[in-house]
Structure formats: structure tokens, C-alpha cells
Ligand binder design. Structure first.
Ligand SMILES: [Zn+2]
Length: 218
């Protein structure tokens, strides 16, 4: 087997940067694409199947390509996504909410899917952000190896840091394939996590309004 050294073309996709505030992906030394494909071949053999049979021969390539998508969040900086804000909102100071953002992630313990929905709200202080940016930060954190608890906190924290709102609310409901397909084998169980900061933490009426708005969509 040829030894592959790090040429620029292999490094071009390696824009992993050191985590400074949780908004960026962590720093890791990245194996080459070929090494990643070899690892998939090893896992196929571990299942008991033959990685050289026709149906499986291109699978390592496909899996590694899929991983580029599943884990693209390591190349994105969530705080950077929130950096373009707007102050001209004619004094709008009530809740801004995105309800029902579809989310698919992978659990960091078994690397199998977590599939669900995220509801995000904040009460602006002096600035707002383009609403699609909130969906993008959800995507950035979802496309990493995750726990639902960590992801919930990361989304709330980056909104607090990036927008300094009067309060932030994050609600995630998701099904974990590691619980429905293996282990306790319990499908259709929703795991719910929440994080409330600022006025959402202090004001139970506001919190209930947010929770009510989630349920209005069902
Ligand atoms: Zn798991």
C-alpha cells in the first residue's frame, strides 16, 4: 500500500479550527479520505459481509461522501453565522420564534441518527438576525456528533452570545435510533430537552407562551 502524505489537495477540505467558544467544531487531526474508506471496509468485514463483493465494493466511497454531509457542521462557525444583525426593526421587541425546524443529527455514543424538531425563540434587545440564520445554526450543531442535551445548550448559548437578546428559549423533541433500533428497543419515544435563558428563565408566563406556540403548530 502506498503511504499517503498530506498534499494540498487532501488538505483542502480540512478547515477544522480550534474550538474557542463551542460555536466552532473541535480541532482534530484528520485522516485522509482513503484511510476513512479503509475504515469503512473494516467495519463491513466486521459485520460478517465481504467488502469485495460487487454490491459493497463502492460502499466505502459512498459512506465517506455521506459523512461529508452528516458532519459538515465541524467546518462551520455558528457564531459567525449570527454576525450580520439588523437594528432597524421599528422598535420590535417581542418574541421571534422559529417553530418546527427539522433536525437530523448523530448520537456521539453510537453514531446512529437522532431525528426530530427544534423550536427556537428569542426576545431581541436592540438587534435581530435574518430568521433563516437561526435554522442554519441548528444545522451547524446538528451536523456533528452530538448528545441532545449538548446541542440544546449550544444553540441557546450561541444565540445569547451572538445577539445578546433579553432571553432565549430552545426546545428539542427527537427520536434516538440508538434507543429504537437497539438497546432497550423502544421506538416512538420522544426525548425532550429545553433551555431557557434571561427573561424566559425569569418569567413563567413568557415560557408558557413559548410552549403554547409550539403546541399550536400540532
Ligand atoms: Zn446513542
Amino acid at each position: 500500500m502506498t503511504t499517503i502524505t498530506n498534499t494540498p489537495s487532501q488538505n483542502s477540505s480540512d478547515s477544522l479550527k480550534k474550538a474557542t467558544n463551542g460555536s466552532k467544531g473541535p480541532l482534530t487531526s484528520r485522516p485522509t479520505r482513503e484511510e476513512a474508506e479503509d475504515a469503512v471496509r473494516t467495519l463491513i468485514a466486521w459485520t460478517g459481509d465481504d467488502p469485495t463483493r460487487e454490491g459493497l465494493v463502492d460502499t466505502p466511497k459512498r459512506v465517506v461522501k455521506a459523512y461529508d454531509e452528516f458532519f459538515k457542521g465541524y467546518k462551520e462557525d455558528a457564531l459567525e453565522i449570527l454576525s450580520r444583525t439588523f437594528e432597524d426593526v421599528d422598535g420590535y421587541d417581542d418574541m421571534v420564534m422559529l417553530r418546527g425546524i427539522d433536525m437530523s443529527s448523530h448520537c456521539e455514543h453510537h453514531m446512529v441518527p437522532i431525528i426530530g424538531q427544534v423550536h427556537v425563540a428569542y426576545i431581541p434587545s436592540d438587534k435581530v438576525v435574518g430568521i433563516s440564520k437561526l435554522a442554519r445554526i441548528v444545522e451547524t450543531f446538528a451536523k456533528r456528533l452530538q448528545t441532545q442535551e449538548t446541542m440544546t445548550a449550544q444553540i441557546a448559548n450561541v444565540i445569547d452570545t451572538g445577539l445578546t437578546p433579553r432571553g432565549t428559549a430552545v426546545f428539542i423533541e427527537a427520536e434516538h435510533q440508538c434507543m429504537s433500533m437497539r438497546g432497550v428497543n423502544k421506538p416512538n419515544v420522544a426525548t425532550i430537552t429545553t433551555r431557557f435563558t434571561g427573561v424566559f428563565q425569569d418569567d413563567s408566563d413568557l415560557r408558557n407562551r413559548f410552549l403554547g406556540m409550539i403546541n399550536n403548530g400540532k
